[in-house]
Design a protein around this ligand. Structure first.
Ligand SMILES: Cc1cc2nc3c(=O)[nH]c(=O)nc-3n(C[C@H](O)[C@H](O)[C@H](O)COP(=O)(O)O)c2cc1C
Length: 354
């Protein structure tokens, strides 16, 4: 089943696994993608659909060092190099729009102050150019600033299309800004964007609606990770979590988005239930605990837990993963030491079978 074709949103895909978003911290000057990034993504065009690394829709939305943005003219020019390289190889590519919220350090973004639903800092430390530094307490967004956040996602989506990318994925997972709104542990707001599951889901729905209206729902995906409990964004009350994500799906289901991407244990009732409620294509990834194998992909598809599977580290280390899995040949092992930052080593130099 993994090698069956499938249509997702606007895209006809040659197989039912695609390349998952992978932060690589190798943007160039002005947080713009360059030739090196175009080479990396172009090498992986046979994935059919590539979801890029998390990319900030605004300068303030940057969290980590050297992540690409989608908000300046030079970044748009950089993304067009990437889009051209992937299209030349016959693939499609959507940019993952990631506003990091409180998972950020001012040192990584020219001193800009981080914003979040509430003034609650994340646990732990953040890598900066001067080494690890403790997370900083973010400023709570004022209610009248929320339309500005929606506008940042809309503007970045427009720029993505202008650059020739095929669409966007709204990142509402893994503890970043939109996920910070969804979870009670990071959202203590008392306005319309906090306090109840419905209110916590409101911003994500507003972003999805506005982006879909701007560039067309069939080129917009969204990623969620219910109960991922990562980066201090905790969702430990199962009843509350279910209510929050049910509200979210109820709000976005009528839009007809290209796909819903879920990062979670595939076999849970919640994932099955959300898939039913969403009604459209669901993409699944079972998380960081173990590296996705072809067998995992086949199991997910055969049990009909999802329509398509997002595959991360195997694509990172194998530009020609599709061929290797199809031919049952040996795989390159991903090298963790070069995941985040650096140059071509561990990025564009993983060998192909040829
Ligand atoms: C180096 C690295 C960077 C990642 N960056 C992102 C990211 O930017 N956005 C995101 O949603 N997930 C990110 N993830 C999670 C992956 O998309 C995926 O869910 C995870 O790697 C587990 O799948 P795998 O076993 O197929 O690698 C990242 C994972 C890794 C290993």
């Amino acid at each position: 089943m993994a090698f069956d074709s499938i249509r997702i949103g606007r895209w006809d895909l040659p197989q039912r696994f695609i390349m998952a978003p992978l932060t690589r911290n190798r943007a160039g000057e002005g947080q713009a993608p360059g030739e090196l990034n175009a080479t990396y993504y172009g090498q992986r065009a046979s994935a059919g659909l590539i979801i890029t690394e998390g990319s900030q829709p605004s300068a303030v939305g940057q969290g980590y060092l050297d992540t690409p943005g989608v908000h300046t003219p030079e970044q748009v020019r950089g993304w067009s190099l990437v889009a051209d390289a992937v299209h030349a190889g016959g693939g499609h590519i959507v940019v993952q729009l990631m506003h990091a919220g409180r998972i950020a350090h001012p040192d990584n973004k020219n001193g800009l102050e981080s914003v979040a639903p509430s003034a609650l800092s994340a646990p732990g430390e953040m890598v900066t150019a001067d080494g690890q530094k403790p997370m900083v307490t973010p400023r709570a967004l004022e209610t009248d600033e929320i339309p500005g956040i929606v506008a940042e996602f809309v503007d970045a989506s427009r720029k993505a299309i202008e650059a020739g990318l095929d669409g966007v994925e709204i990142h509402a997972a893994n503890g970043y800004l939109l996920h910070q709104f969804l979870a009670p542990s990071s959202n203590e707001r008392t306005d319309a964007y906090g306090g109840s599951p419905e209110a916590r889901a409101r911003l994500v729905i507003e972003v999805a609606k506005a982006v879909a209206e701007t560039i067309g729902a069939d080129r917009v995906g969204i990623r969620i990770s219910p109960s991922h409990n990562i980066q201090g964004v905790l969702e430990e009350d199962a009843v509350d979590t279910a209510a929050t994500y049910e509200s979210l799906i109820e709000g976005i289901a009528p839009l007809g988005l290209a796909y819903l991407s879920v990062l979670a244990d595939p076999a849970t009732d919640l994932v099955r239930d959300l898939r039913k409620r969403f009604g459209g294509p669901v993409m699944l990834n079972s998380g960081f605990a173990q590296v996705t194998s072809l067998e995992d992909v086949e199991n997910i598809l055969e049990q009909d837990l999802a329509d398509v599977v997002a595959v991360g580290r195997p694509f990172l280390a194998n530009p020609d993963l599709v061929r290797r899995w199809r031919d049952d040949t040996a795989l390159n092992e991903p090298d963790q030491a070069t995941f985040y930052g650096g140059g071509a080593a561990g990025y564009t130099d993983y060998p192909t079978l040829d």
